[in-house]
Design a protein around this ligand. Structure first.
Ligand SMILES: [Zn+2]
Ligand SMILES: [Zn+2]
Length: 353
């Protein structure tokens, strides 16, 4: 078993919605648990949302898109040994309750328990037994760490894509928002629906150019969205609109861009307590569907890992920044100023202290 240092560095939430480096004891695994040494942890829009809304107690360690190297295994763990490269999600459903049995695994009462301690933005991370036994997976030798770090967010995207129920040839999808999650929608859609026309809408030109280079059929600013959809679909409308921005205004424009029978997929937080005001009769007469999607389950993670591990889906072009743990606050500022797409947080640049 590896020698563990006594202390490690973490990036902890402050009371004013930022991150700062602190020292914590290195966790030790109980039976069935595994401790990983951080390789990369993706900085997620949800992390920023939690910081901006001060929704977590001071001292909380965020981060859940984790790739690490096995440092220690607890008694009874045979699937992993020190040195293995592993990717793991933080949430795992029980698999047995009424919601799990009816296909709503991400809504299982225990799904939201954080099984990753203290959290992903930490030099060492303890994986709880349910992650180790069900959800952690070995990264094949040929798969880069940076690609594997997208397993959790890409599985969330796949769940929403499934809910859109896109069928048949010749369809068109719209992605509202060309941030890291919007462009991740693009690469996931490209991998599983290669013939689909995909429009990405974003006010920032740089993001539109990146969308074009990642295979968007076309991209446009929000004010040109409707005209762009009409032109590309011969006035039919889009089969699906994925809202990666959130809020009632976006929902309204999403509904306007849909074809009869099309689906709007809500993927993003709206402002707290925001309500949606839109006309009900067009929804009814057009058989429009508004569906929400929350997180991803083992099923989506299985399918996404097949796509990432086979190289069919390569999300690495979305990585714009790689930041060592002690500078995690830089990630917060970059994300706040919308100057980054995917930011990966890595181990401290000057080693364990
Ligand atoms: Zn995430
Ligand atoms: Zn359950």
């Amino acid at each position: 078993m590896n020698e563990s240092p006594l202390h490690m560095r973490v990036a902890a939430c402050t009371s004013d919605g930022n991150l700062r480096t602190e020292r914590r004891p290195v966790p030790a695994p109980d039976p069935g648990e595994v401790v990983l040494k951080l390789v990369w942890c993706g900085f997620c829009g949800t992390d920023l949302f939690k910081l901006d809304n001060r929704s977590q107690p001071t001292g909380t360690i965020l981060g859940h898109e984790l790739v690490g190297v096995v440092h220690q295994v607890g008694a009874g763990v045979s699937a992993f040994t020190p040195g293995d490269r592993v990717v793991a999600p933080h949430h795992v459903a029980c698999g047995r309750c009424a919601l799990c049995r009816r296909g709503s695994r991400t809504l299982c009462p225990v799904f939201k328990e954080n099984l990753m301690l203290p959290g992903g933005f930490s030099e060492y991370v303890l994986l709880g037994e349910r992650i180790v036994s069900q959800a952690a997976r070995l990264i094949p030798d040929n798969v880069p760490d940076e690609a594997a770090a997208f397993l959790e967010p890409a599985a969330c995207v796949l769940r929403g894509v499934d809910k859109a129920d896109i069928r048949g040839p010749g369809g068109c999808a719209v992605i509202v928002g060309g941030g890291s999650m919007g462009l991740l929608h693009l690469v996931v859609l490209r991998a599983i629906h290669p013939d689909l026309a995909v429009i990405v809408s974003d006010p920032i030109e740089e993001r539109r150019l990146l969308a074009d280079s990642l295979g968007a059929t076309t991209s446009c600013g929000p004010e040109q969205l409707l005209a762009t959809v009409e032109k590309l679909t011969n006035n039919l409308g889009a089969d699906a609109v994925f809202d990666t921005v959130g809020g009632s205004q976006i929902l309204k424009s999403a509904l306007a861009a849909l074809r009869p029978g099309g689906t709007a997929v809500l993927f993003a937080h709206a402002a707290e307590k925001e309500t949606a005001g839109f006309e009900l009769n067009p929804l009814f007469k057009n058989e429009h569907r508004v569906v929400a999607t929350y997180s991803g389950s083992l099923d989506e993670q299985d399918r996404i890992s097949d796509l990432i591990f086979s190289g069919t889906l390569d999300p690495r072009p979305l990585v714009t920044h790689r930041i060592p743990l002690e500078r995690a606050q830089d990630a917060v500022e970059l994300a706040r100023s919308r100057k980054a797409l995917k930011i990966l947080i890595g181990p401290p640049s000057n080693g364990t202290q």
